[in-house]
Design a protein around this ligand. Structure first.
Ligand SMILES: *Cc1c(COP(=O)(O)O)cnc(C)c1O
Length: 390
């Protein structure tokens, strides 16, 4: 085990050692740690539905009716009526023929990509795609061509110059998890059609966030029916846990038979499935939730922008505050923690050197007072640390 000791020492030497914090959640946007209350600006609980009464009651009722665990994989013993209900409603929400639930978004990406591409095929992947997409590409053992972030011109060049005897798959985050910008799907889809490529979009940060009624990236661009694989998670705006894919009925049947992360893993607990369904119904019934989230994000982004911060190209609920070096990001996060705010400091290898940042995520459950106070603290800390001028 000497290598473990050495690896940990190496991580610590680079100031990159990470530990799991111990928070006690009190509501959708506040946690307690060591007796002190903090405002959470780092979770993906975009609509605050984790603590919605109807969602919590649905989860509790499902546990009482169907049990605490599912007892097996879906294809063997783990199915119950709540899955069919959730999948039907997800498909209706996304406007597709069918949907399939996976245990996590990570498992959905890994399972879908490795089922759709293999040796002889080529996957075209945005350089800022989520780690689960990268891992899915590795598992597929297809050739992977990484194109420059959100650069449809570079994607076109890659498509034109990469020989491919098999299938082509273009995969992109819909909303990028570190920059909060939106993939240029309106340019990607015509390219895919020109080169007869499949298009897959990961709507983890887009579901419940962008597009009419929070329906995600395809709806945002009005491309319904032209994106083959719409993946998303139940773990962010939908307040539960799990991943999903929406698309043609045959695609779903294919994945049931081919996606190993679906086949060989125990199904989600009934309470989780019921919570996701209830959250989806809240989202459909209360479009004002999405409007509130968007207005909250715009408010905080505008405040930080006006104060001179670089918030990159964010247009969604993820707001990067670029501060430069790792030390500055860590100092800023630490100073904000002292002020009662929890924000993430993002450093290499997650982002390129010199673009270290705070990553703020806004929720519909944040009050304007919460966000106004947060903006004041961030501006004060930025001035104190010389990141923005007085
Ligand atoms: C969070 C995330 C995932 C993984 O989803 P989990 O449900 O947390 O496993 C996949 N893709 C993107 C873009 C994400 O942000």
């Amino acid at each position: 085990m000497q290598f473990v000791t050495e690896a940990l020492a190496e991580i610590k030497r680079h100031g990159l050692y990470r530990q799991i914090p111990d928070y006690d959640p009190v509501d959708a946007v506040h946690v307690v740690e060591d007796g002190r209350r903090y405002l959470m600006l780092a979770s993906n609980n975009y609509l605050g539905l984790t603590h919605d009464p109807a969602v919590r009651e649905a989860a509790a009722a499902a546990a009482l009716r169907y049990g605490a665990g599912s007892g097996g994989a879906r294809l063997t013993t783990g199915s119950h009526p709540l899955f069919a209900e959730l999948e039907r409603e997800l498909a209706a929400f996304k406007g597709t023929e069918a949907a399939l639930v996976f245990n996590t978004g990570y498992m959905a990406n890994v399972g879908i990509i490795s089922a759709l591409a293999g040796p002889g095929d080529v996957i075209f992947s945005d350089e800022l795609n989520h780690a689960s997409i990268i891992d899915g590409c590795r598992l597929a053992r297809a050739k992977v061509v990484v194109y420059r972030h959100a650069d449809a011109g570079h994607l076109a060049e890659c498509l034109a110059t990469t020989p491919c005897a098999g299938r082509r798959l273009i995969v992109t985050d819909g909303v990028f998890s570190m920059d909060g910008d939106i993939a240029p799907l309106d340019q990607i889809v015509p390219l895919a059609e020109q080169y007869d490529a499949l298009v897959m979009v990961d709507d983890a940060h887009a579901t419940g966030v962008i597009g009419p009624g929070g329906r995600g990236t395809t709806a945002y661009f009005g491309l319904k029916g032209r994106v083959h694989i719409e993946m998303g998670t139940l773990s962010k705006a939908l307040a539960a846990e799990g991943g999903y894919v929406a698309g043609r009925r045959e695609l779903i049947d294919y994945l049931v038979n081919k996606a190993r992360s679906f086949i060989f893993s125990t199904a989600l607990a009934p309470a989780t499935v019921a919570a996701a369904t209830a959250a989806l119904r809240e989202l459909a019934a209360r479009p004002a939730l999405v409007a509130t989230l968007q207005a909250n994000a715009r408010y905080l982004r505008d405040r930080l922008n006006e104060a001179g911060f670089n918030v990159a190209s964010s247009v969604t609920a993820i707001i990067p505050v670029i501060v430069g070096e790792a030390d500055a990001a860590v100092a800023m996060a630490r100073s904000l923690k002292e002020a009662g705010l929890i924000v993430s400091a993002i450093r290499p290898p997650t982002v390129p050197p010199g673009t270290c940042r705070l990553r703020l995520t806004v929720s519909a459950a944040h009050s304007r007072e919460d966000l106004a106070a947060a903006a004041e603290h961030i501006i004060a800390a930025g001035r104190r640390l010389g990141i923005v001028k007085e």
